[in-house]
Write a protein that binds this ligand. Structure first.
Ligand code: BGC
Length: 412
C-alpha cells in the first residue's frame, strides 16, 4: 500500500549561486580560490554555467516534475563594490524568480550561501561590527525588488558548519592549509584580516557566529518590515547524533549544545527551521563510535545511513517546536544506484516522523546538478543531474526518475 506525504508538500532540488553559476569573480571565495597557497583543490571557473543556462535548468526541474527550486542570490554580483547595487544583476535574479513562477514552482531563496563580496571579506567579513547592517542593506534591495514573489527565504546557509567541522576534527593538514589560505588572502588583498565563511581559522569560529547571528536578526527585521507574510528561516546543518542504547548521552548533548543550539534558539522568532542533513554520528559514553567495518560508504568515505534525515528532523522539531523545511539532503557518490536507493529509504523514515506528528513543509534534495563542491572542487558528485564539464551538457541520472515518481505521486 502506498503512503502519502501531506497535501501541498514541497518537492524540490537545491543549488547555490557560486556552485553553479560560474565566474562569480567579485566574491570572496573566488579570491580565495586563486591565492597561493589555497585549500581549494581547483577554482570554480565556469561552474555549471548556470548564470547563462538558468532557463534550461528550470526546464529540467520542471521535467523532473518537482514543484520547488531552492537557489541563492550572489551578494557579490548584486553589490560588487561597497554601496553600489547593480540593477542588471537584480534584473537577472528577478528573471529567474519570474521564470520559476511561470513554471509553477515555489521558490526558496537563500540570501547568503557561504559566499560574500570580496570587499566585505577584505573588511574582516562577519568579524566586522558593521557586517549585520551591510547585510541588512543588501537584503533590503533583494526583498524590495522581488520579495513579493519569493515563497520562503533563508538568511544563512549552515552558519554552524565550521563549528561542526571543528567538532569532527578535520585532518590537521586541512586546517593548516585553511589557515594559510586565510593568511594568503589577507596578504594578497593588503589587509590585516581577510575573512570568509567557509574557510576559517578555528579561533574565529565563535566571533564569526556572533556576527552571523546579528546578521540574521538584522535581515529578519528588514524582511518583516517589507514582507511580513514571507516565511523565513535559517538552514542549519544537523547530523543525526545518536547515543548507543544505555550509554551516557553527555558527549552527544555537549556537541548539540556547541554546534546547533545557538541557531535553533534563534529560530524561535522565525517561521520555520530549515534542516540540512547528510550523515549520522554515534556516541557511547567515551566518545564517537567508529563506522561499522561493513558499512556502505559514500565518496567522501562517510557511512551511507538513510534514517539520519528523520533523526535530525525529529531532534530539531523537538528543540524548536517549529515546522521543518528540509533544504538539503543528499549523497556524494559515483554510483547513482546508491542515490536511487538512498532517496526512497530516507523518505520512508521521514514519513514515519511525519506520521508521528512532526510538521514537515517539504523536502529539497541536494543537489540539483553535479556542481562545485567548495574545497573539494568538482570531484564529489551530489547531483540528480550530471554536467559534462567540457560541453556543459546536462544529463539526468536514473535516481532523478526515482525521485520524480515519488514527487509525482506525493507518496512512496
Ligand atoms: C552545503 C552545500 C554543499 C553540500 C555538500 C552543504 O554543506 O550547504 O553548499 O555543497 O553540503 O557538501
Amino acid at each position: 500500500m502506498s503512503r502519502s506525504f501531506p497535501a501541498e508538500f514541497l518537492w524540490g532540488a537545491a543549488a547555490a549561486g557560486h556552485q553553479i553559476e560560474g565566474n562569480n569573480s567579485n566574491s570572496d571565495t573566488w579570491f580565495a580560490e586563486h591565492v597561493t597557497p589555497t585549500v581549494f583543490k581547483e577554482p570554480s571557473g565556469l561552474a555549471c554555467d548556470s548564470y547563462n543556462r538558468w532557463e534550461e535548468d528550470l526546464d529540467l526541474i520542471k521535467a523532473m516534475n518537482l514543484n520547488t527550486y531552492r537557489f541563492s542570490v550572489e551578494w557579490a554580483r548584486i553589490e560588487p563594490t561597497e554601496g553600489t547595487f547593480s540593477e542588471a544583476e537584480l534584473d537577472h535574479y528577478e528573471a529567474i524568480i519570474d521564470g520559476a513562477k511561470a513554471r509553477g514552482f515555489k521558490t526558496v531563496v537563500t540570501l547568503n550561501h557561504f559566499t560574500s563580496p570580496h570587499w566585505f571579506a577584505a573588511k574582516a567579513g562577519w568579524l566586522n561590527p558593521a557586517a549585520p547592517e551591510l547585510f541588512a542593506r543588501f537584503t533590503r534591495k533583494v526583498i524590495e525588488r522581488f520579495g513579493d514573489r519569493i515563497d520562503y527565504v533563508i538568511t544563512f546557509n549552515e552558519p554552524d558548519l565550521m563549528a561542526m567541522l571543528k567538532h569532527h576534527n578535520l585532518p590537521a593538514f586541512v586546517q593548516q592549509l585553511s589557515d594559510a589560505t586565510v593568511e594568503a588572502c589577507s596578504k594578497a588583498a593588503g589587509v590585516e584580516r581577510y575573512r570568509l565563511a567557509n574557510v576559517m581559522r578555528l579561533d574565529d569560529i565563535e566571533d564569526y557566529a556572533v556576527g552571523m547571528e546579528r546578521g540574521h536578526i538584522a535581515a529578519r527585521q528588514v524582511i518583516r518590515e517589507l514582507r511580513p507574510n514571507l516565511p523565513l528561516g535559517i538552514s542549519v546543518a544537523v547530523t543525526d547524533d545518536q547515543v548507543v542504547p544505555g550509554a551516557d548521552p553527555a558527549l552527544r548533548d555537549a556537541k548539540r549544545a556547541e554546534v546547533y543550539e545557538r541557531w535553533l534558539r534563534l529560530a524561535a522568532d522565525d517561521d520555520f527551521c530549515a534542516v540540512q542533513n547528510y550523515e549520522r554520528e554515534v556516541y557511547d559514553g567515551a566518545g564517537k563510535v567508529e563506522i561499522p567495518a561493513d558499512a556502505n560508504r559514500n565518496f567522501l568515505n562517510a557511512e551511507i545511513y538513510p534514517p539520519s534525515l528523520a533523526g535530525a528532523v525529529r531532534y530539531v522539531h523537538e528543540f524548536t517546536g517549529k515546522p521543518i523545511l528540509i533544504t538539503e539532503h543528499g549523497l556524494s557518490t559515483n554510483d547513482d544506484s546508491d542515490r536511487a536507493k538512498f532517496i526512497p529509504a530516507a523518505l520512508s523514515h521521514l514519513l514515519d516522523a511525519i506520521e508521528d506528528g512532526v510538521p514537515v513543509i517539504g523536502y529539497i534534495h541536494w543537489s540539483f546538478l553535479d556542481n562545485f563542491e567548495w574545497i573539494f572542487g568538482y570531484e564529489p558528485k551530489f547531483g540528480l543531474v550530471s554536467v559534462d564539464r567540457s560541453t556543459m551538457e546536462r544529463t539526468r541520472k536514473p535516481s532523478s526518475f526515482v525521485y520524480q515518481e515519488i514527487a509525482t505521486n506525493n507518496a512512496l
